[in-house]
Ligand binder design. Structure first.
Ligand code: ARG
Length: 585
């Protein structure tokens, strides 16, 4: 389905053309001055230059043409050359009713569906998930959902950090604690017994070993050797690694699941390992490898660089591969598996340099076709009220599972006074409200920005919060219940009776456009903003118009149709944000 401004652009373009001007001048946007008109076109200014005429005269000619057009109740030329447009009631209604009938609720579908691999989450195996992984997971998830909602084939890959030093640290520590385990013997064979690990042990071992490696040189050495031997196929280590993976992945799935985050692929850095020989030979063939202190690097600096651009290190002097190597090899893997049109990465913005280097190297080596988009979205940090990265009370790094627990408990307290929720339901509802507050609090900021984690604010029933949105849906549910109307019913709108209602209809009309923009700019905050706009317009409408007491049957029915549609629209927004709605609260 076309978006409203596409439709208007066509109509206004026709008018420009009919007046003898280029139809491309008819671009229409939502009005900057909602008090004057609903839409505007500034094409007369460009036309003035092109045709050497006064802009106002052109605007007047086009406005004159447009008065014949049924779509507008008013088309006015304003000094010095604006074209102010207001839609006719019938046109507004027809378009809103068309949106209600559309399978995608007016969200424009990409004509040529793109295959998009989204690399987000990025958890590290054996290390507990911490707050820093929160943003990657929820931003990536919402963009995956948004890309799908716009008709694309989006594939989410968690890209686990499962092949690096952290595993070596865990193996080294376990080998010192449990030297009797068979997997540490050099004659260990595949199929020999492996101990069953549990997640609590892993969560304890990694920070312990990491700390130890900083003061104990021998241990540090041992961990590096274990990493190297693992990567080079030592059988006992590989078997232990598989067990570490098994336990970690179960735990990760549980935590991501609580956030409403799921992945199509559970690949990791280790899966890229088999593509490294292919990567190295491609780099070699193109003559891109340069030796530097026994290591191999690829130069990626460009003349226009304003800041120094270090070469990419692809093989260390001890022959081991590093982060950039696995990322490059993973590009080969993705190209082979999916030939994606786009690959999108989501990590905190401190990794920007790494991705710039990787993308440049990938382009030089021709790992993907020239028109494949490689894009990096870097996000800011979640800060505490002191403006510094969020920490636990004792100053440590907060685990994601603890953060989730804290938010859900706070939601539970908040709902204590609610007359609508009782007993066991309360726990489930509190969980959803807490997660909604957390996710919306994050996603409503432009992702490049840092933001302050303010639980009281996030859980407020008023203002731009996830809680307010869930609450709005429950208010609509309760009106519909009182009216005796099923939630899934659809009723076409018959008329536009009040100004609050008109404002709400315009918000509905603009939604498809906003989804499109959110996807183009990879900015889920637009979806949050629009959801909030819809919800607050609904509140004004409901405040001004007493739906249930309305005696005019047609009007009442139309209003019920409208709130049914608003409800579906809000649910669509929440779904994109990966937020679950609640029946009542
Ligand atoms: N595991 C990494 C980290 O915790 C994030 C991975 C991001 N994705 C990638 N392809 N490098 O920092």
């Amino acid at each position: 389905m076309e978006t409203i401004t596409q439709i208007l652009r066509r109509l206004v373009g026709d008018a420009f053309e009919a007046c003898g001007y280029d139809r491309g001048l008819g671009a229409v946007t939502a009005s900057d001055r909602a008090d004057l008109c609903q839409f505007q076109c500034n094409g007369a200014f460009a036309a003035a230059k092109q045709y050497r005429k006064a802009p106002l005269q052109i605007a007047q000619e086009v406005a004159q043409r447009l008065t014949e057009e049924k779509a507008f109740s008013s088309a006015q030329a304003m000094k010095p050359g604006f074209l102010n447009l207001t839609l006719s009631t019938s046109f507004l209604l027809d378009n809103v009713n068309a949106i209600a009938k559309d399978a995608h609720l007016g969200v424009p579908q990409d004509q040529i569906p793109q295959t998009i691999v989204l690399d987000y989450g990025g958890a590290n195996v054996a290390k507990p998930l911490h707050v820093g992984h929160l943003r990657s997971a929820i931003i990536g998830e919402s963009l995956k959902r948004l890309a799908r909602a716009c008709g694309n084939n989006a594939i989410g890959d968690v890209h686990l950090g499962d092949w690096g030093l952290q595993i070596g640290l865990v193996i080294a520590e376990l080998s010192q604690r449990y030297p009797q385990w068979r997997c540490f013997d050099t004659d260990f064979r595949e199929g020999d017994e492996i101990p069953q690990l549990d997640v609590d042990l892993l969560n304890e071992v990694y920070p312990f070993a990491s700390k130890k490696s900083k003061t104990d040189e021998n241990f540090n050495e041992l961990a590096h050797r274990a990493t190297y031997e693992l990567q080079n196929g030592r059988v006992g280590y590989l078997a232990l690694w598989k067990e570490i993976m098994r336990v970690s992945v179960v735990d990760l799935k549980e935590n991501y699941g609580k956030l409403g985050v799921t992945f199509d692929l559970w690949y990791g850095e280790s899966d890229a390992d088999k593509y490294i020989p292919c990567l190295m030979s491609q780099l070699e063939e193109k003559g891109l490898l340069r030796e530097s202190d026994g290591a191999l690097v690829v130069d990626v600096a460009e003349e226009s660089d304003k800041a120094p651009m270090p070469p990419v290190l692809v093989r260390k002097s001890d022959n081991s591969s590093i982060y950039a190597t696995t990322d490059l090899a993973t590009i080969i893997q993705r190209q082979r598996d999916f030939a994606p049109d786009r690959i999108w990465y989501f990590t905190d913005k401190r990794q920007e340099l790494h991705f710039t280097q990787v993308f440049r190297c990938a382009r030089k080596a021709g790992l993907v076709p020239a028109d494949t988009e490689l894009s990096f979205t870097g996000f800011g940090t979640m800060n505490g009220s002191d403006g510094k990265p969020y920490k636990t009370r004792d100053g440590g790094v907060m685990r994601l599972s603890d953060l989730i627990e804290m938010v859900v408990q706070a939601a539970q307290q908040k709902l204590e006074g609610s007359e609508y929720v009782a007993g066991t339901d309360r726990e489930e509802i509190a969980r959803k409200v807490g997660i909604a507050a957390l996710k919306f609090g994050d996603l409503s900021n432009h992702c490049s920005k840092d933001y302050i984690f303010d639980l009281d604010k996030f859980l407020s029933f008023e203002g731009k919060t996830g809680t307010y949105l869930l609450y709005t849906v429950t208010r609509i549910n309760s009106i519909l219940k009182k009216a005796g109307v099923g939630l899934e019913v659809q009723i076409p709108l018959h008329g536009v009776y009040t100004s609050a209602e008109e404002e709400l209809l315009l918000k509905i009309l603009m939604t498809g456009e906003i989804f499109r923009r959110a996807l183009d700019e990879k900015a889920p905050n637009y979806i949050c903003e629009n959801a909030y706009q819809l919800a607050s317009s609904f509140s004004r409408f409901y405040h001004d118009n007493h739906i249930l007491q309305e005696t005019d049957v047609e009007k009442r029915e139309s209003w019920i149709g409208l709130i049914l549609l608003v409800r579906r629209m809000l649910l669509m927004h929440l779904d994109i944000l990966g937020i679950e709605a609640v029946e009542s609260m």
